[in-house]
Write a protein that binds this ligand. Structure first.
Ligand code: ADP
Ligand code: ASP
Ligand code: MG
Length: 440
């Protein structure tokens, strides 16, 4: 079994969907995971926001624009009039789910229903194209029947494995399955999602649950690049990355992968290939237990961090101090990304500021607390331990003009993390590119 995931741009138009249908041709059993067509989830987020603001007129108008777009895609994709009429009925049922939610005030669960429509629409149309126009056998598997998160909003791997297996067992002779990325059920059985960019995570969870031989993430770029191509010019794809390296890059901001998406593949040792739908012959990036030789492979940046510094004389020569400090973050279920300590102070960063005020209140019980918002973690990833000579010098040399707020080195053999003001991010990424990767 192989899992092939196609992102928003890859299924962004009738033409792109036709190209995807060609890319998935194979004799092997495979599950194709689709995102929403590009722009759709953003449009749905916007519709939900308008409803929260009470602007039903604007929400209705935006929903109707989106609906017209899907009717057009259905017509472009399906030449047969009867098939078009039938598809439009199904598309309209999806939009009715949205319009129905406009009758009363929007709730959090209503919002999740709205956000789920993008993947339901793309898979609905793509499945019809493959079966009705290409005349191929394909089963549309409802992700809502097997993809699930628990009370902690973590994927329920045992449930997913069991229910996906049940679904697949119903079609022992079928080779091609199509399903939705991103969407899932929550612990209460309601419709939920795996957060923005979550289709990558779906693909990895499905690959792990189905014991796939490979997970392919098809997107609009030829693999994971050595630096953020949206910020820096002249980036290039990295051919091979280890699971650990890829996990760090995804977690620390390489948008090509959802932050958690490498973990299920790593746990089951399933290789992940990042491939380009616009350039299918490009080798892309292979993520596996092996890695390539470069000492520093890539740089990624994650915005939206808050740095908290706690200064306390109680810390001097005391034990148990850090434990009680960490308990504050545990109490508010807030993960810490980076940490540095001195004898009398601790600096750490969080990216979820939901409970910031409560956390700060509790921390004030330990000593003086300072907070810096708008921070960015820049993460350097590679074989840093084997190549310690030079790697750190090159990195810090390149950053000589950028004020550094925190540095974390040695926690993992393949990561150096540096905290800077978000205002300095572009400058820092460009300087690192010039200092680390520019080949003479
Ligand atoms: P999809 O819709 O297929 O999931 P995304 O937009 O989520 O695609 O991810 C692909 C985009 O990620 C690329 O177009 C690129 O702009 C961005 N990106 C950010 N950092 C990197 C990186 N290090 N390597 C490759 N792409 C990156
Ligand atoms: N459609 C969702 C989003 O835009 C999930 C994804 O594309 O991976 O975030
Ligand atoms: Mg994505």
């Amino acid at each position: 079994m192989k899992v092939l995931k196609f992102g928003g741009t890859s299924v962004g138009s009738a033409e792109r969907m036709r190209a995807v249908a060609e890319l998935i041709q194979s004799d092997e059993r495979r599950i194709v995971v689709l995102s929403a067509m590009s722009g759709t989830t953003n449009a749905l987020v916007n519709i939900a926001r308008l409803l929260y603001d009470g602007d039903t007129t604007a929400a209705t108008y935006q929903t109707e624009i989106l609906r017209q777009h899907y009717l057009m895609v259905a017509r472009e994709l399906l030449p047969n009039e009867a098939h078009v009429t039938d598809a439009i009925t199904q598309v309209d049922a999806r939009f009715r789910a949205v319009f129905d939610l406009m009758r009363g005030p929007l709730t959090a669960s209503g919002e999740k229903v709205i956000l789920a429509q993008g993947e339901l629409l793309s898979t609905l149309l793509f499945h019809r194209y493959v079966t009705q126009v290409l005349g191929q056998q394909a089963v549309l598997l409802p992700a809502l029947d097997f993809m699930k998160i628990d009370r902690d909003e973590e994927p329920d791997a045992a449930y997913i494995r069991e229910h996906l297996a049940q679904q697949l067992a119903q079609y022992p002779d079928n080779q091609l399955f199509i399903t939705q990325g991103y969407i899932c059920r929550n612990a209460d059985g309601g419709i939920d999602n795996l957060k923005r960019g979550g289709s990558d995570y779906s693909a990895s969870l499905i690959g792990a649950a189905a014991d796939a031989s490979e997970i392919q993430i098809w997107t609009d770029i030829d693999g994971l690049h050595n630096n953020d191509p949206r910020v820096v010019e002249g980036t290039y794809p990295i051919r091979e990355l280890s699971f650990d390296e890829a996990a760090e890059l995804a977690y620390f901001g390489a948008k090509i992968l959802h932050p958690s998406s490498v973990l299920p593949a790593r746990q089951h040792n399933i290789p992940v290939r990042l491939l380009n739908t616009m350039q299918p012959e490009a080798p892309g990036t292979l993520i596996s237990s092996k890695t390539g030789p470069e000492p520093i492979k890539a740089v990624a940046a994650k915005d939206g961090l808050v740095a908290i510094n706690v200064k306390s004389s109680r810390m001097l020569l005391a034990h148990g101090f850090l434990r009680s400090l960490f308990e504050v973050f545990e109490r508010y279920r807030t993960p810490i990304d980076m940490i540095t300590t001195s004898e009398v102070a601790v600096s750490l960063t969080i990216d979820d500021a939901t409970h910031l005020e409560e956390i700060l209140n509790d921390l004030r019980g330990f000593g003086t607390v300072e907070v810096d918002k708008n921070q960015t973690i820049i993460c350097l990833v590679g074989n840093l331990v084997q190549s310690t000579h030079g790697a750190a010098r090159l990195a810090f040399g390149a950053l000589e003009d950028v004020p550094l707020r925190m540095i974390s080195y040695g926690g993992s053999p393949n990561n150096i993390s540096i905290l800077v003001n978000t205002a300095d991010k572009t400058r820092a990424l460009k300087a690192l590119n010039a200092g680390l990767f520019q080949k003479a």
